[in-house]
Write a protein that binds this ligand. Structure first.
Ligand SMILES: Cc1cc2nc3c(=O)[nH]c(=O)nc-3n(C[C@H](O)[C@H](O)[C@H](O)COP(=O)(O)OP(=O)(O)OC[C@H]3O[C@@H](n4cnc5c(N)ncnc54)[C@H](O)[C@@H]3O)c2cc1C
Length: 227
């Protein structure tokens, strides 16, 4: 079967740095159906109505192991504090760029808007911008600049990369390969598309949905992730 890689890279944070690409995948919905029906020795090449019904049955009754035979590899470029949330998802494989091997580039995430802290939720921001957005932006940028300058100073003094990186802020960009099966990815999407997830994580999750939709459209619909 020829692989469909229609839309393989999506920018996520409005800064032409943060992005996610679908590097590779294995299988589509026919593989789920073939795995589920292996005991009957039958296989399909194309999804038909009865196959969609079987998929609905599997998901509704939580017989989700056949979904594990479909997997994806993404290349993610995101701020370190977003990667920290991402890496909490234990079912999946990660390989991340090393700040011991490479000098960190001056690439930091600067939010397009600074939002107010929510009074209702201890973890979320509101949709309201702070009252002094320019001061907030100045302060944020100043901190990034100072950190990066001190990082460069430490390297010039001969301090090792593995120690000098200690002064860099969590807004710095990192990059990692992430391979994950469809079952675990659906769990990720349910948690990270939710309004309680950090807005940036929601952005990456929406991009993932766009990237995998051509391969698993019925699964996303059955899971109410797309309509
Ligand atoms: C909005 C939001 C806020 C969060 N806030 C915090 C926070 O304040 N502090 C914090 O520490 N974390 C926080 N998290 C992270 C959260 O606790 C999970 O670690 C993260 O979402 C990964 O979810 P998961 O365990 O389902 O995924 P995965 O680790 O990918 O696991 C997938 C599934 O595999 C099974 N599984 C995996 N490992 C085990 C295991 N050891 N034992 C049994 N079953 C297992 C579970 O069924 C699990 O759902 C937050 C997450 C979200 C979405």
């Amino acid at each position: 079967m020829e692989k469909q890689m229609q839309q393989s890279e999506i920018y996520c944070l409005g800064d032409s740095i943060g992005r996610i690409s679908l590097i590779d995948y294995m299988g589509d919905e026919t593989k789920i159906i073939n795995a589920a029906r292996v005991s009957m020795g039958k296989s399909i090449l194309k999804m038909e109505d009865k196959d969609i019904k079987l998929l609905e049955y599997l998901i509704k009754h939580k017989h989700e192991t056949p979904l594990e035979h479909v997997s994806f590899t993404f290349l993610v470029k995101c701020p370190l504090y977003i990667a920290r949330q991402w890496l909490r998802h234990r079912i999946g494989s990660f390989n991340e760029i090393s700040a011991r091997y490479t000098e960190i580039k001056e690439e930091f995430y600067i939010p397009l808007e600074f939002k107010q802290q929510s009074d209702v939720s201890k973890q979320c921001s509101t949709d309201l911008e702070v009252e002094t957005p320019n001061l907030a932006l100045d302060s944020y940028k100043k901190a990034l600049k100072q950190s990066y300058e001190q990082y460069q100073n430490l390297l010039l003094m001969g301090v090792s990369r593995e120690q000098a990186r200690g002064v860099l802020p969590t807004a710095m960009y990192t990059e990692f390969y992430w391979s994950i099966n469809l079952r675990a990815l659906l769990n990720f999407l349910e948690l990270r598309l939710d309004k309680h997830a950090q807005r940036e994580m929601q952005e990456y999750s929406k991009a993932i949905v766009k990237l995998i939709q051509p391969l698993v459209p019925n699964t996303l619909r059955i899971k109410d992730i797309i309509s």
